[in-house]
Design a protein around this ligand. Structure first.
Ligand SMILES: NC(=O)C1=CN([C@@H]2O[C@H](COP(=O)(O)OP(=O)(O)OC[C@H]3O[C@@H](n4cnc5c(N)ncnc54)[C@H](O)[C@@H]3O)[C@@H](O)[C@H]2O)[C@@H](O)CC1
Ligand SMILES: Nc1ncnc2c1ncn2[C@@H]1O[C@H](COP(=O)(O)OP(=O)(O)O)[C@@H](O)[C@H]1O
Ligand SMILES: [K+]
Length: 470
């Protein structure tokens, strides 16, 4: 997992180097890394670099300085380069270097639309507040008329808050973002993440001792059984799921847990017959378990309350989903609540917080944080972009999953995968529970992404093949 930082944390990490007079060196490292990416992308899209046209949008600060030095580099590679200064002034030394290399400087935006690549060097970590006029309208005019243009953002797309992922209505939609030194959290949080395109980080020698604002998880790491393991040592998962109205959720959750790999699944609820018929490995009835999944398919309140009490009293890790979410009155830090935006809205409402489902969908990190802090456990808000927060606000993010996960029952499959990992990994606190949850999300993505699958049942088959291969 890769640490993610806020803009301020990155600026704090830069401060001692700037104080030691290394500002220009840092900027040259950043600009060189940026220029290499531009060259690579020009080559990849057009099959050549020489003779292509690059236009950089240049703001008044160091973000513009990076863009100007990169243009100087590109001009020497035979790229026809133009710098559009959008803020009246521009980084002096960068401007001098660009002009010396043959870069044409203008304040007119005419050339932007026809450029083979646009480099967005307007705002980086120094941005504050809404985009000002006339810049905001100029950006909208350009982007409303641009079509499939290569656009490489310097450090962060202008208008995307690099700390929070909040987005200005006129923000730049980049195809690539080249960020410097440390990954910024806002580049991976919805909705900002959707404006960044492919993100890569150029090492300019920054380090931080701060606690990161979050972590990016990209590869699922799952521990298989050891040679000495038996079914009990490996972990028994209790599944309390399904009802007469929604018996299928009990099957999907149990089967998904079984397919992910766990010592044993114990099922309690109203769909025991159907579960046994579909997953004969499952044992039904109460008994000792090392973790719980409770809630998929709206099991009865009485059963849910009993499971929640047991998990609380014994400090067992638990995945609380769907029908069980509304029953949580106290929580352990190794619990993960897994609402979708609608369920998160109900959780907020029951606490007297007024928010719409749409507002949660447009700022899931904010609401996951608020709920996690209120409840004292991890909160994972499901959706096109899933976000997990620990009670202290530390975020755990993953790349976006395949859209074919948007199908009924796929949340039940996720609950089963997560439950299996909870039972085998035994997370003791919120950090390890959040890591388990992120791993489950990645496995869920992988299972759905391996083939052109459309149903939750098919996702299960891939979960099984994943287990057999590992
Ligand atoms: N400080 C350093 O050591 C390094 C900084 N680097 C670059 O420098 C950037 C940060 O530079 P700066 O601190 O100069 O800040 P920026 O270049 O991000 O922006 C500062 C300028 O933007 C204007 N501005 C802020 N908010 C605005 C808004 N909403 N609408 C319109 N204009 C607005 C401000 O008036 C100010 O003039 C980083 O993102 C990175 O690209 C890199 O060169 C690496 C080294
Ligand atoms: N467009 C999408 N792209 C990627 N993943 C998605 C998308 N839509 C939904 N998902 C994922 O699919 C799952 C749906 O879960 P949920 O809404 O609980 O469904 P159900 O209750 O029917 O099981 C979640 O893991 C969610 O993150
Ligand atoms: K930028």
């Amino acid at each position: 997992m890769q640490p993610l930082y806020t803009s301020q944390q990155v600026r704090d990490a830069e401060a001692p180097l700037l104080a030691a007079g290394q500002g220009k060196e840092l900027m040259l490292k950043a600009a060189t890394g940026l220029a290499h990416v531009v060259v690579r992308e020009l080559q990849s899209r057009y099959g050549r670099v020489y003779g292509t046209r690059a236009v950089a949008l240049v703001g008044s600060g160091n973000n513009g300085g990076d863009a100007l030095y990169a243009l100087a580099f590109l001009a020497r590679r035979g790229v026809s380069c133009q710098a559009v200064t959008v803020a009246g002034s521009a980084h002096e030394e960068g401007l001098a270097a660009a002009v010396a290399a043959g870069v044409c400087v203008t304040t007119e935006w005419d050339s932007v639309r026809d450029a083979d690549v646009v480099i967005d060097g307007i705002l980086g970590t120094g941005a504050s507040g809404a985009l000002r006029e006339p810049l905001a309208s100029q950006l909208s005019d350009w982007q409303n008329n641009a079509c499939d243009q290569l656009c490489i953002a310097v450090d962060t797309p202008t208008g995307v808050n690099a700390s929070t992922g909040e987005v200005d209505p006129h923000a730049v939609r980049a195809t690539h973002t080249v960020t410097f030194g440390m990954l910024k959290a806002g580049l991976f949080v919805h909705p900002g993440a959707g404006f960044c395109g492919h993100v890569e980080c150029v090492d300019i020698g920054l380090t931080s001792t701060d606690a990161p604002a979050g972590y990016l998880h990209t590869t699922a790491s799952v521990r298989g059984p050891g040679e000495q393991d038996h079914k009990y040592s490996r972990g028994v998962l209790g599944v309390a799921a399904g009802s007469q109205q929604y018996p299928g959720a009990a099957v999907l959750t149990s089967l998904s847990a079984q397919n992910t790999g766990v010592g044993m699944v114990r099922y309690v609820g109203d769909a025991a017959g159907l579960v046994m018929h579909s997953v004969p490995e499952v044992v039904t009835g109460w008994g000792r378990v090392q973790a719980w999944v409770v809630g998929p398919g709206a099991p009865e309140d009485e059963l849910v309350d009993e499971v929640l009490d047991q998990a609380y009293e014994k400090c067992l890790p638990a995945v609380i989903d769907a029908g069980a979410l509304a029953r949580v009155s106290r929580a352990r830090d190794n619990w993960v609540l897994t609402p979708h935006a609608g369920e998160a809205q109900s959780l907020c409402e029951s606490r007297g917080w007024t928010v719409t489902r749409e507002e949660i969908e447009s700022a899931p990190a904010h609401w996951a944080r608020r709920l996690a802090s209120e409840l004292g456990c991890c909160v994972l808000i499901k959706g096109a972009r899933t976000v997990i927060s620990e009670p202290d606000g530390t975020l755990h993010l993953t790349p976006v999953g395949p859209a074919r996960l948007a199908t009924a029952g796929s949340g039940d499959v996720l609950a089963g995968i997560m439950g299996a990992l909870m039972a085998t990994e035994q997370p003791a606190g919120s950090r390890s529970a959040a890591v388990v949850a992120a791993n489950a999300v990645l496995l869920h993505h992988e299972a759905a992404g391996n083939r052109a699958l459309e149903t939750a049942q098919s996702i299960l088959e891939v979960a099984r093949s994943h287990r057999e291969e590992s």
